[in-house]
Design a protein around this ligand. Structure first.
Ligand SMILES: [Zn+2]
Length: 457
């Protein structure tokens, strides 16, 4: 039996095509102007809809201990929420904390993903490296063989960060493995110093968070990373780029002719600014909802990043989904903003927030490039994923651009008590979402199927 999605606008690597798409098992088996149904075939009329390859979110933290608390979303709830929004594959950050090998970390993350009632969306893993040692290159080689083709290091957070020398050694191994290094770019020393000073001035609420993490701390780290990558000749992904200054550092490196630089940003840095830290309510603590690193920035940064999205300087839009409840988790940082667990939710709403924000500017092909094709190419999921083509995975998002709805924590599937986009009027919605050929969500609601599997890259 085939499932035929008929009369849609297919968003293919060669452009938009009116026509039909056929799924059988976990593969796309037909793509044509008209596919004649055979007896037993199931036909869905998707006239008026854009048919995308399933969206890919290449930056998530599910079921993860972050040094302060466990994230609110598990693999079960996070992948279900992802699928409701149109995302069919995530790449989550497994982390080898200090004293833990990468092999142990990967086994642990595989066990976590398998521990619930099943994953709705597919999942792969990056490996974050919090400690460098003699054996790290051998461990990285084994990760590569296990389908982990991207790694992550931090230039901030004392319990996670590597020195510049260690980062350089890591980049050389990444180059030899033809992998990609994702890097959290903030100058950790500067952040530590400014956190201390801001608290000493008596600023203890959420508004202290952006004051302690200035744009310069990001731009310095982006610039340093790109020079280190140039010395090593390695490919790097600048994760969650949030500032115009950081963007200028990327642009400078690209203008010098440096290749292998990928840029990722997130919906929060394209839609929200640092006035949110002053949001009224909760005795001045409502701004804790937006305590994530890097922090929300100035309106001028939001404008610059939006222009970079439109000009093609951004390769992918991911969420950095790392959810904590406002009550019971974030509120442990009342009276000291450095103790507010860092992170926010977004895995469910990224496609709708981006389609709405860039309505009339990006179009379906631009959305496809940033939400599916870009991350697939950067992270080794292409050509199996990230494109509609015969032989590719039957991970599909049928998008209804005419749908109108309002984002709200009351109706979301993310297991967290708020959303940064409360009251956002969304234009467009995932109408039908397929993972491995199975229908997993319809009009924003899950269907109960959990076909999500580990994807080796
Ligand atoms: Zn992250």
């Amino acid at each position: 039996m085939r499932r035929i999605l008929a009369n849609g606008t297919l968003v293919t690597p060669d452009g938009l095509r009116r026509g039909d798409l056929a799924l059988e098992g976990d593969k796309i088996v037909g793509l044509a102007a008209r596919i004649e149904p055979a007896p037993g075939d199931e036909v869905e009329d998707v006239a008026g809809c854009w048919v995308f390859p399933g969206f890919i979110d290449a930056h998530t933290h599910l079921q993860c201990w972050t040094g302060m608390d466990w994230t609110a979303d598990s693999f079960e709830t996070g992948t279900r929420a992802a699928a409701c929004g149109g995302t069919t594959c995530i790449v989550d950050y497994a982390t080898a904390d200090r004293g833990v090998t990468m092999d142990e970390a990967l086994a642990e993350w595989q066990a976590r993903a398998a521990s619930g009632a099943g994953c709705t969306a597919n999942y792969g893993f990056h490996m974050a490296i919090a400690e460098w040692g003699e054996d790290s290159p051998a461990q990285m080689r084994r990760m590569r063989e296990a389908g982990v083709s991207s790694f992550k290091t931090y230039l901030a957070y004392d319990h996670l960060r590597l020195t510049d020398a260690e980062t350089l050694r890591c980049l050389e191994v990444v180059r030899d493995l033809d992998a990609v290094l994702c890097v959290h770019c903030e100058n950790g020393d500067v952040v530590n110093e400014l956190q201390r000073r801001v608290l000493a001035e008596g600023i203890t609420g959420p508004e202290g968070h952006p004051l302690s993490r200035p744009a310069e701390a990001e731009a310095d780290a982006v610039s340093r990373l790109l020079y280190l990558a140039r010395i090593a000749g390695a490919r790097v992904n600048v994760v969650h780029l949030s500032t115009e200054l950081g963007l200028l550092a990327v642009r400078a490196a690209r203008n010098r002719g440096q290749g292998g630089i990928y840029v990722e940003t997130c919906p929060q840095y394209l839609t929200l600014d640092d006035t949110r830290y002053l949001e009224a309510g909760d005795d001045g603590f409502a701004g804790a909802k937006y305590v994530m690193s890097p922090p929300l920035r100035k309106p001028a940064d939001v404008r610059a990043l939006r222009e970079a999205v439109l000009s093609g300087e951004v390769d992918s839009i991911a969420t950095d989904h790392c959810s904590f409840n406002l009550r019971g988790q974030k509120d442990r940082g009342r009276g000291d903003f450095t103790k507010i667990p860092n992170g926010g939710p977004g895995i469910e709403h990224r496609p709708a927030v981006m389609a709405t924000t860039f309505e009339g500017q990006l179009g379906p092909e631009g959305l496809c490039r940033l939400l599916a094709e870009g991350p697939a190419r950067t992270f080794g999921l292409w050509p199996e994923r990230g494109r509609l083509a015969v032989g590719a995975a039957a991970d599909v998002c049928v998008w209804d651009p005419s749908a109108r709805w309002v984002i709200s924590a009351a109706t979301q599937h993310q297991a967290v008590d708020y959303t940064p986009w409360e009251g956002f009027e969304a234009h467009g919605r995932a109408h039908l979402v397929y993972v491995g050929g199975e229908l997993v969500a319809r009009d924003g609601e899950p269907c109960g199927a959990t076909p999500g599997r580990y994807v080796a890259r």
